[in-house]
Design a protein around this ligand. Structure first.
Ligand SMILES: [Zn+2]
Length: 491
């Protein structure tokens, strides 16, 4: 057993006793330090809040910048540079100064709040690039592309120039990416990318279903509207029809030269032999009496006169007076031609689109079919094919005259006018004078109306019929075989 060393009792015990007391003291000190830190932080926060509050109290108004950039030729918002007011509404701030955004200028301005001025400078500058919209372009290798080819729209308050950059905008066939850049007078630019497709075109457009021989009736126009031209690249190939050697009033064989051309300059000529067949009616004097807008309260008067005078006529009917629809049957039973004038006769709606026109035409066609059993293909455009009432829809008449014929309709305008549409119940003697002014022409298509506001037309009708009859005319209804009488299309 070892002997205890009496010289070192305290030393042997000391290391075990001291550590027992020290951790408690340290913990206390740490706690004190933590509290002090919190207090200091709180004081610091309080002081900075006080300082901020004090600063804000002294400088309550803040702005975005002491130099504000206003856009050239855009409305200037006087409060746009105002960031806010400390604990108050922006409405309490007033603006002092005058800014003219129509000129590149600098103005000294200020905000006024609680009697104090906060000055700032407004510089009117154009810092925005032009507004640019571009499109992809498809052209043949002969075409020199220009920035305009890619341009859909470009606008800027000042003038601008356009530039294109790309791999090879005027090179070989292929696909290219082109940058279109618009630069305004202040050197702001906008760049947009577009695709350029260059193709090689060596083929002229074709005429679909081209026939080397064509037979037509004496007195008819050459049917150029039935020709369809197609090109492999050009969406609007040109067709030239040379009928200078064709005499439609004399039976015989004639050459007609058709030439197609595309945008690349490829050209092809076709020769067609046109046989003009003799028409037994050619040279005969025929009057086609036509009545638009019925049936109406006047229809029965007109029918009675036609019956009494043994004259055939044509009625271009609408669906706007349903109480008289039953008279359509009487028109047909009397041997007259029932023809279509559209259901609504409402210019704005029927000429709004091709679809609207044909929907309306189908509606009157169905009505006539159900009232009379007749499916007629003879039509007249409200206002005639030369009308300008359709001009809100540019080119609609040009498209419609083409489409109605492709759909098998025969449209008729007129080459004589009774002038009964120039007013309400026009004096019958004036109607007779106007209606008979065309006596002497071989074929007369006479415009009259079947309407309650044009009842004097019925009064004038016997004298009109008598005058034509005395001049050697016979009276017929129009058919799809009647030589067409067409106005010049103006829209
Ligand atoms: Zn009409």
């Amino acid at each position: 057993m070892p002997v205890p060393n009496l010289n070192q009792p305290a030393q042997t015990h000391a290391p075990t006793n001291r550590p027992q007391k020290a951790p408690q003291k340290r913990k206390k000190r740490r706690r004190l330090r933590k509290s002090a830190l919190i207090v200091i932080t709180l004081i610091a926060v309080a002081l900075s809040a006080l300082a901020y509050f004090g600063y804000k109290k002294l400088n309550p108004l803040s702005m975005h910048s002491t130099t504000y950039i206003a856009q050239y030729q855009e409305p200037f918002d006087a409060k746009a540079n105002l960031k806010g007011v400390f604990l108050d509404s922006n409405d309490k701030v007033s603006f002092e100064g005058s800014v003219d955004t129509n000129s590149i200028s600098t103005s000294e301005c200020a905000y006024i709040y609680k009697g104090r001025r906060y000055p700032f400078t407004v510089q009117v500058r154009d810092t925005k690039g032009p507004e640019l919209e571009v499109q992809d372009v498809k052209v043949d290798t002969n075409h020199n592309v220009t920035p305009q080819d890619f341009l859909v729209s470009c606008s800027d308050p000042s003038n601008y120039t356009l530039r294109i950059d790309g791999d090879d905008p005027n090179g070989a066939p292929g696909n290219y990416t082109i940058s279109v850049t618009a630069r305004d007078d202040f050197d702001n630019t906008t760049t947009k990318k577009a695709k350029l497709e260059r193709y090689e075109d060596t083929k002229a457009p074709d005429i679909e279903d081209f026939s080397e021989k064509l037979t037509m009736k004496q007195g008819f126009d050459y049917p150029s509207s039935s020709l369809v031209v197609k090109d492999d690249h050009d969406e609007n190939p040109v067709l030239e029809v040379d009928t200078s050697m064709l005499n439609t009033s004399e039976p015989g064989d004639y050459p007609v030269i058709l030439t197609t051309r595309d945008i690349s300059g490829n050209e092809q000529s076709y020769t067609q032999t046109v046989t003009v067949e003799a028409d037994p009616d050619f040279g005969k004097k025929i009057c086609y009496l036509t009545f638009d807008d019925g049936p109406s309260a006047t229809t029965e008067d007109i029918l009675r006169i036609l019956r009494d005078m043994n004259a055939q006529a044509t009625f271009f009917v609408t669906g706007t007076n349903p109480e008289y629809n039953g008279l359509m049957k009487e028109i047909v039973d009397d041997g007259h031609t029932i023809a279509l004038h559209t259901y609504s006769h409402d210019y704005d709606s029927i000429y709004a689109s091709e679809e609207a026109y044909f929907d309306d035409l189908q509606k009157i066609s169905d009505l006539v079919k159900s009232e009379t059993g007749v499916e007629t293909k003879v039509i007249r455009f409200p206002g005639g094919s030369s009308n300008l009432v359709s001009s809100a829809n540019e080119g609609i008449m040009t498209r419609l005259v083409d489409e109605v014929q492709k759909k098998g309709y025969a449209y008729f305008d007129w080459n004589a006018d009774s002038t009964d549409a120039t007013g309400i119940d026009v004096d019958p003697s004036q109607l007779v004078e106007s209606a008979t002014a065309s006596i002497g022409e071989d074929k007369v298509v006479l415009l009259m109306h079947d309407s309650p506001t044009k009842s004097t037309t019925a009064d004038a009708l016997p004298a009109i019929i008598q005058a034509y009859r005395d001049a050697g005319y016979e009276f017929r209804g129009l058919t799809t075989d009647t030589p067409p009488v067409h106005h010049n299309v103006n829209n």
